[in-house]
Design a protein around this ligand. Structure first.
Ligand code: SF4
Length: 329
């Protein structure tokens, strides 16, 4: 197959690490973020997505990130070297619902595998057990099926019927269950976008359930960008911090949803002592990027002035800001 003329989209930060773009980076990505290339828009119509069928936004945008098209052959050659030298520790392949998606995606996986053994994460809508087996055989290590919304109602409104989009909550849940059978616990993940109308309790209940099911949850803060067809403001930082903290407590096994207390949907007591809570907050890990190993997604949904997921341990002054957002002395 001639891959010389094939294209792929890669995030600007990824191109910076690969030496294909001049870009200032205080936090270089440790994962290479790629998206299959298509001139078609996605057949789905998620309201927050610039690539959606009904969006008029530039196809190079994913949230705050810019993904210009570049030559596939050059990217994979450089990727192989970047992995050997330790600059890149994972590749994340993002897909869209297009006619050629399966062929484009499997070609991309094969090409990445041709030059290195870098772990591959693959993010997709539900595809069915047979295709999950094929993906695993081709070398995908981690499969992600993004729910994006924390509740079925929000899902319907934002990426299902209410958005004139083909996605279905129950198909996503059964897709995650099928993927778990093929890839195993800890190797299947989902994305949740926080700040789309859910309460702390909605988000934390969902995170707790996903954790008990063996599914990794990556948190994103909803960001209102020009291309968005949603009418929400950006995610309230205090809401995001409370959910982030609960996520960390649940996934580290320190706490459970059942132990927490909520008032009007807001978490008012985490059910662990204040001393332990204080120690966890001071350690800072709770506020770092979540998801697949080595995925730090610098500035995917943040700006320097509004950091939600820290690509590395937050500094003392950043921790001070976090404590204010959590209403902690
Ligand atoms: S958590 Fe990171 S590496 Fe994993 S699928 Fe999501 S963006 Fe990709």
């Amino acid at each position: 197959m001639d891959t010389g003329s094939r294209m792929v989209r890669a995030s600007i930060g990824t191109l910076g690490v690969l030496g294909m773009e001049l870009v200032f980076m205080d936090s270089p990505p440790t994962t290479a973020y790629l998206q299959i290339y298509s001139e078609e828009r996605c057949r789905a119509n998620c309201r927050f997505c610039a690539q959606a069928r009904g969006s008029e936004a530039d196809l190079t945008r994913i949230a705050r990130g810019i993904y210009p098209p570049v030559e596939l052959a050059t990217v994979v050659e450089r990727l192989g070297k970047a992995y050997v030298h330790g600059y890149i520790r994972r590749v994340c392949i993002q897909t869209m619902m297009t006619a050629g998606m399966w062929e484009d995606a499997t070609t991309l996986i094969r090409e990445v595998r041709r030059t290195s053994h870098v772990p591959i994460s693959f993010s997709t809508h539900p595809l069915g057990v047979e295709r999950y087996h094929t993906l695993k055989e081709l070398g995908v290590e981690h499969l992600t099926i993004p729910l994006d919304a924390c509740t079925e109602e929000l899902f319907d409104e934002i990426k299902g019927r209410g958005a004139n989009s083909p996605h279905c909550w129950s198909a996503h849940l059964s897709g995650l269950a099928d993927a778990l059978h093929v890839f195993g616990p800890g190797k299947v993940g989902t994305h949740l976008i926080i700040g789309m109308g859910e309460s702390d309790e909605d988000a934390i209940r969902r995170i707790d359930q996903l954790c008990r099911d063996g599914i990794i949850t990556a948190l994103f803060a909803y960001t209102s960008v020009k291309s968005s067809r949603m009418h929400y403001n950006c995610c309230d930082p205090s809401h995001y911090r409370r959910v982030q903290l609960a996520h960390h407590l649940i996934y580290t096994g320190i706490d459970r949803y059942d132990e927490m207390r909520f008032e009007d949907g807001r978490v008012v007591n985490y059910g662990i002592g204040t001393e332990l809570l204080d120690r966890v907050v001071r350690a800072g890990e709770a506020f770092q990027t979540t998801g697949c190993p080595a995925c730090n997604r610098p500035y995917a949904t943040e700006t320097h002035r509004s950091m939600r997921n820290f690509p590395q341990k937050p500094t003392e002054s950043q921790l001070e800001g976090i404590r204010k957002e959590l209403d902690m002395p």
